[in-house]
Design a protein around this ligand. Sequence first.
Ligand code: ADP
Ligand code: ADP
Length: 228
Amino acid sequence: MILFENVSKRYADDTVAVNDLNLEINEGEFFVFIGPSGCGKTTTLKMINRLIPLSGGTLWINGRKVSEYDVHELRWNIGYVLQQIALFPHMTIEENIAIVPEMRKWDRAKIRARVDELLDMVGLEPEIYRSRKPKELSGGQQQRVGVVRALAADPQIVLMDEPFSALDPLSREKLQNELLELQQRIKKTIVFVTHDMQEAMKLGDRICLMNEGEIVQLDTPQGFLQTP
Ligand code: ADP
Ligand code: ADP
C-alpha cells in the first residue's frame, strides 16, 4: 500500500539523506525504521505525508503517486505523531483531538463521541480529561493524547517519529504495550521511527535497519534475532 520506488532525497545543501530506496509497506503492518541519528529515518517518514518533496523516484500510496494527491486529502488520511509532545497548550484536550475532525466539518455530536471514545481507548476518563489543558496532564498522558489525536479522523496510515523517546522508561513501556493492543484492535498501517532496537523488536512486524540513507537489513524481529 506504501511503495517506495527508487526514492531519493537530496537536500539543498547536497546532503543525500535517502538514496535509491526500494521498499513496500503492507496494509495493516506495523513497520519500524531503525538506525543511527542522521541515517534518513525522519526524511523517509516525512516524504510519506509530503512534508518533504522527493528528489528522485516515485512514492505510491494505494496505487496513486503521492505527488498527485490533493495534499489535504493525503494528510487527512495520514496521522502523524511526533517525538516532542505537540499538543497546543492553550487548547483543551478535546479541542486538541478535534482538530482534524473539525477541519473535516464533522458535526458536534460526532466529534464529542469520537473524542470520548479515543480518550477511553488510552485509559483517560473523558469526564475528567476532555476539558483539561495539556499542562494539567503528565508527559505520558499528553503523549497518549498525541497518539489518539493522530487517530481522530480514522486515517488509514499513522506515522510515528520516536513518539516515546522523551518519556521515562516506565511510561514508555506502558505506552508501547498500549500501542500494540491498539494496533491489534484498529489494524492501521503504522510506520514507526526509533533508534531503540529493543523498541523495534517489541513493536515491529518488520524492521528496516538504515544507514546513510540506505537499507542495511529488512526483516522480521525473528529474522534479526537469527542474524549472527
Ligand atoms: P534521522 O531521522 O535518521 O536522524 P534525518 O532524516 O533527520 O535522519 O536526516 C538524514 C540526513 O539528512 C542527515 O545527514 C541530516 O543532517 C540531513 N538533513 C535532514 N534534514 C535536512 C534539511 N532540512 N536540510 C539539510 N539536511 C538535512
Ligand atoms: P532526528 O530527531 O530525526 O534525528 P534532528 O534532530 O536531526 O531529527 O532534526 C530535527 C529537524 O531538523 C528535522 O526536521 C530535520 O529535517 C531538520 N534538520 C536536521 N538536520 C538538518 C540540517 N543539517 N540542516 C537543516 N535542517 C536539518
